[in-house]
Design a protein. Structure first.
Length: 277
């Protein structure tokens, strides 16, 4: 998978675009009503138990609005905090803190939400099965969402379509499973090959071919156990398909190596944070 890098420049440019979206074309017309230069010190607090993520985005949001604002972080990305925990203190001109507030909290809430949701799955799956994300991400912020998954203890699936071969049901429907897998092997050039199967007949058709991972999609627990028993000695195994917090534990108990969960990025609930003056 492509290596994820959240460099200072990347974070700063991302936050700058978010601020421009919020301030175009006339700035914060409400906060501009605050005419004095009053300096305030505010607390950034969590309103929930959560894993924290995105603090550098928060720091840059305030810094880009006013580089004289003092942002002092009390926690690090990946920290587990309780409701009411102090995450950071911010000191500066009231007007400028108010201008940056929403953009800062949006990044913090979203990244923390994904990290927290991922961690819920990780705890239920235990140590034997890795929880990984998918490409079901919001366009243009995939790298941020995949970073959040890592904070929650999850792993990343392929970053984009050129990272590895992932032969899914619609690819198979337009060819035949053994032929298309054989063609991928011929053209792999060092890339991994994952083959999705949704029944045991498909699995038996591709046994013996030299690829990396069998992805069992939407299989019953009974069939998943049988499939893993057949494939485990030869391939890495993965399960997917509408996996939720109620089902992940039983799926992990089958001995599958990885469990891919789209909901940790596309359906994670934002965490509630607040600035308290």
């Amino acid at each position: 998978m492509s290596k994820i890098k959240l460099s200072k420049d990347f974070i700063r440019n991302t936050v700058k675009r978010a601020l421009n979206e919020d301030l175009y074309p006339s700035g914060d017309i409400t906060s501009n009503l605050v005419k004095n230069n009053k300096v305030i010190k505010v607390k950034l607090l969590s309103n929930q138990n959560t894993i924290v993520g995105g603090l550098l985005f928060v720091r840059h949001a305030f810094d880009l609005v006013d580089n004289k604002i003092k942002f002092i972080s009390k926690k690090k990305d990946g920290a587990q905090v309780k409701k009411g925990s102090l995450i950071a203190t911010i000191e500066g001109k009231a007007k400028n803190i108010l201008i940056a507030e929403r953009v800062a909290l949006n990044f913090l809430s979203h990244i923390s939400g994904i990290a927290n949701k991922t961690n819920q799955f990780v705890k239920l799956a235990g140590k034997k099965s890795k929880i990984c994300c998918t490409r079901k991400t919001i366009p243009n912020i995939r790298v941020i969402q995949k970073y959040a998954v890592k904070l929650g203890g999850g792993t990343n699936h392929r970053f984009n379509l050129s990272d590895e071969f992932l032969i899914k049901d619609n690819h198979i429907a337009s060819s035949d499973i053994r032929s298309i897998v054989s063609l991928a092997i011929k053209n792999k050039k060092g890339r991994k090959i994952t083959v999705e199967v949704d029944n045991l007949k498909q699995l038996k058709e591709i046994m013996g071919l030299k690829f990396n991972t069998v992805l069992f999609d939407n299989m019953s627990i009974k069939n998943l156990k049988v499939g893993i028993k057949i494939a485990k000695k030869y391939y890495e195994t993965e399960a997917s398909g509408n996996i939720n917090l109620k089902t992940v534990k039983s799926i992990a108990k089958t001995g599958v190596d990885r469990i891919s969960v789209g909901s940790i990025t596309h359906s994670a609930v934002a965490i509630d944070f607040k600035l308290e003056i």
